[in-house]
Design a protein around this ligand. Structure first.
Ligand code: NAP
Length: 344
């Protein structure tokens, strides 16, 4: 049994990134309270070995299959849009990793309604809250000088994002700013991580939005892509960064974690060299897209060492192959997720 000193809560515990975080925390001896919106299917699985057979592929079933899950993983039902529901999961925890966010496939009609509030956490959490933000809260700033790498002092411009109906960026930006305001007002230790596109092997049985993007690039389809610069990080490096921020006493403020930058065509060429058998997207148009590079020096200074892009790509493809995600399905052409189509 992990000691109370090592008890932490992970919100949205069944998601792509959160599943890797839960795995890492369990492997390091932490006891984990993971919140799910609907753990019921899973809880009935636990109480019935017969259901284990019939519901073995249920959405969050992978969590209890992780090493040490039986002893140290506890599942709680919570919806982060109703912060009161988080309290039972957070009680008794020294820290919180706040990852749950509605990741929309389409427009968020009301960005304020998709905020994940930290209310109540200051009364319960004694050590630190690590909030998952995004590059979306960093990069959409037309006033940043083109020749200067974007660092943690760069914030997306809310009005610019609103004009472009980029509601995901608005939601991530406002959530991150509010987290810091709440921290200041309530004496809570909050740090944030701002990852770009996260790729890597899947632990969960569903496919999240960023993985759908890579699957589309590999399989190809009718959607046109621009030859834009993609910032990419491996999911395993993201969760290493989250734990580093939690464990290092000196971590503070926000952290960019964008180690790889590559244009669409170069990414396709690299993938083709590694796995020539796939179709790949071939409808790529030039737009003269230029983006200032991002500096993750602040995170590297804490000791973060991300892996190479080639490893991320090959492990992703292997995982998609094992899950049958790269096979064609008759009558169901591969599409870019709507949210990503909007950013091209
Ligand atoms: N993947 C990326 O490229 C990327 C890049 C930058 C930042 N991020 C951030 O990383 C976090 C995780 O993203 P992901 O890629 O792992 O996506 P994901 O697999 O879709 O995970 C999102 C999680 O949030 C949960 N969730 C959604 N709405 C919720 C609500 N109202 N209450 C409680 N839980 C809710 C989902 O639970 P259900 O299973 O119940 O739907 C799911 O577990 C998000 O904060 C996202 O903004 C991701």
């Amino acid at each position: 049994m992990a000691s109370p000193q090592q008890r932490v809560c992970v919100t949205g515990g069944g998601g792509f990134i959160a599943s890797w975080l839960v795995k890492l925390l369990l492997s390091r001896g932490y006891a984990v309270h993971a919140t799910l919106r609907d753990p019921c299917t899973y809880l009935s699985i636990l109480s019935s070995p017969i259901l284990l057979l019939t519901l073995g592929d249920a959405k969050n079933a992978h969590l209890m299959q992780l090493d040490k899950a039986r002893e140290n993983l506890h599942l709680f039902k919570a919806d982060v849009l109703d912060c009161k529901t988080l309290t039972p999961a957070v009680e008794g925890c020294r820290g919180v990793f706040h990852l749950a966010t509605p990741v929309p496939e389409d427009k968020i009609i009301d960005p304020e309604a998709s905020l994940c509030s930290l209310d109540n956490l200051a009364d319960v959490v004694v050590h630190k809250v690590v909030v998952m933000s995004s590059n979306a809260a960093v990069t959409s700033n037309p006033n940043w000088p083109q020749d200067r790498p974007k660092d943690e002092s760069c914030w997306s411009d809310k009005e610019f994002c609103k004009e472009n109906e980029d509601w995901y960026s608005v939601a991530k930006l406002v959530a991150e700013q509010e987290a810091f305001e709440y921290a200041d007002e309530n004496g809570l230790n909050v740090v944030t991580l701002c990852p770009p596109y996260v790729f890597g092997p899947l632990l969960q049985s569903t496919v999240n939005t960023s993985s759908k993007l890579l699957i589309y690039i590999i399989k190809g389809g009718h959607d046109v892509m621009t030859n834009r610069l993609w910032d990419i990080v491996d999911v395993r490096d993201v969760v290493d960064a989250l734990l580093l921020l939690y464990e290092k006493n000196e971590s503070s403020g926000r952290y960019i974690c964008s180690p790889n930058h590559i244009f669409t065509r170069d990414l396709v060429d690299l993938l083709k060299k590694m796995y020539p058998k796939y179709n790949y997207v071939d409808n790529i148009v030039d737009t003269g897209h230029k983006a200032a590079s991002l500096s993750c020096q602040k995170l590297r200074d804490l000791g973060w060492e991300p892996r190479k892009l080639e490893e991320t790509l090959s492990d992703s493809i292997e995982s998609y192959e094992n899950a049958g995600l790269l096979q064609d399905v008759a009558g169901n052409p591969c599409r870019l997720p709507p949210l990503i189509r909007m950013w091209l």
